[in-house]
Design a protein around this ligand. Sequence first.
Ligand code: HEC
Length: 161
Amino acid sequence: MRRLLLATVLIAALAGCGQGETQAPSSSSTAPVAAQGARSPEEIQAALAALPGPYATANYEAGRRVFAQCRSCHTINAGGQHRVGPNLHGVFGREIGTAAGFNYSQAVQNADFAWDAAQLDHWLANPQTFLPGNRMAFAGVRDEEQRRDVIAYLMIETAPQ
Ligand code: HEC
């Protein structure tokens, strides 16, 4: 019920955004997505479809909701500030523990790999067993499908444009 209400509010907000433009948004079913950022629903669909393997069929909206668990500690925009955790912009392909200006734990500093979907999936399933001694105070995302969705969301939202 609350979710339905939220969707209604977002659609209403989106409708409000359209003022001053000559063309109305083309579709309403994915409208809440567009209210979140600069990308249109069509751009998000195209970005999703271009992702590798199972991520191409992930649920972007669900991934965005899972990321609500990370948001208090992580920003994802370019040049975003570090919070309790480092800014995650450009994290895919980046060596672990190398966001400039963030003070990582020794465990992370000692680790040696670049982030890809598989590594992130293991990290998020259980951060403590994946890399004992790290400082990410987070229980993890136990549900495999939720991890797929949040990883797809991150692949799109942390990608340098
Ligand atoms: C309570 C705060 C907190 C939450 C919640 C949290 N993180 Fe973190 N995260 C951290 C901290 C702190 C680190 C750095 C860990 C270290 O140095 O040991 C980190 C590190 C990371 C890294 C490694 C970054 C790098 O530069 O190598 C990734 C990726 C990451 N988090 C993703 C996530 C995702 C995705 C979520 C949500 C599903 C999440 N985190 C939830 C605090 C958090």
